[in-house]
Design a protein around this ligand. Structure first.
Ligand code: G3P
Length: 218
């Protein structure tokens, strides 16, 4: 499973890029606003930091303006993936942009029906928001399972399921068990994934025993 990082915070991306585990980055207008940065500058900086796909979202809601914004974002770097909302105009733009050879991430997906439309529109990635479905009492990961199962029925559909709105390590584990292609992870979730009490306890025990030998490797 690919790990994308869900943030526009340059320092967070830099720290995580050093782990060698970052396959891409996703942003959205809220994350850009949170960064306090100019979108064109920060997306360019992220693209220079991470060679993988970097999602930059259009903010227009009409097809013609979406296409103009997509051109401007795509010009920033070859690894910019254009992000569009799952709307009629968004999927029209998806079809046009992917037919020009540029990757598209269709976002704000909340149903299998929407995911089917996005795949038929040629989406490179579909981003179902699992956390926000959990927020309204549904089981977001059930949607991921449904979409993966549905896409697997049609080999001609090559849209990758990109699990978004991840709120817990459980979400990541379930995404892996279901076989989602990508998870886009808030930085804190990544750091938390390393942690387990038994790992820390076991390492401390190893080092205590090693200290007793009086040996050094160097
Ligand atoms: O990638 C989408 C993500 O940023 C939304 O997350 O927690 O605001 O639902 P959240």
């Amino acid at each position: 499973m690919k790990f994308f990082i869900d943030t526009a915070d340059i320092s967070e991306i830099q720290a995580l890029a050093e782990t060698g585990l970052v396959d891409g980055v996703t942003t959205n207008p809220s994350l850009i606003a949170k960064s306090g940065r100019d979108i064109l500058e920060v997306i360019k900086e992220i693209c220079d930091l991470v060679p993988g796909p970097v999602s930059a979202e259009v903010t227009a809601t009409d097809f013609p303006t979406m296409m103009k914004e997509a051109d401007k974002l795509a010009a920033l770097a070859d690894n910019v993936t254009i992000k569009v909302p799952l709307t009629i105009d968004g999927l029209k733009a998806c079809r046009a942009i992917t037919s020009n050879g540029r990757e598209v991430n269709v976002t704000l997906c909340f149903s299998s029906a929407q995911a089917l439309l996005a795949a038929k529109a040629g989406a490179t990635y579909i981003s179902p928001f699992v956390g926000r479905l959990d927020d309204i009492g549904e089981v977001g990961m059930d949607l991921i399972a449904d979409i993966v199962q549905m896409y697997d029925m049609y080999p001609e559909l090559d849209t990758q399921v990109l699990v978004a709105s991840i709120r817990s390590i459980d979400h990541v584990e379930m995404a892996g068990l279901i076989g989602a292609h990508v998870s886009t992870l808030p930085p804190k979730i990544v750091w938390d994934m390393y942690e387990h009490a038994l790992t820390e306890k076991g390492l401390n025990a190893f080092l205590e025993d090693w200290k007793k030998t009086g040996q050094t490797i160097l």
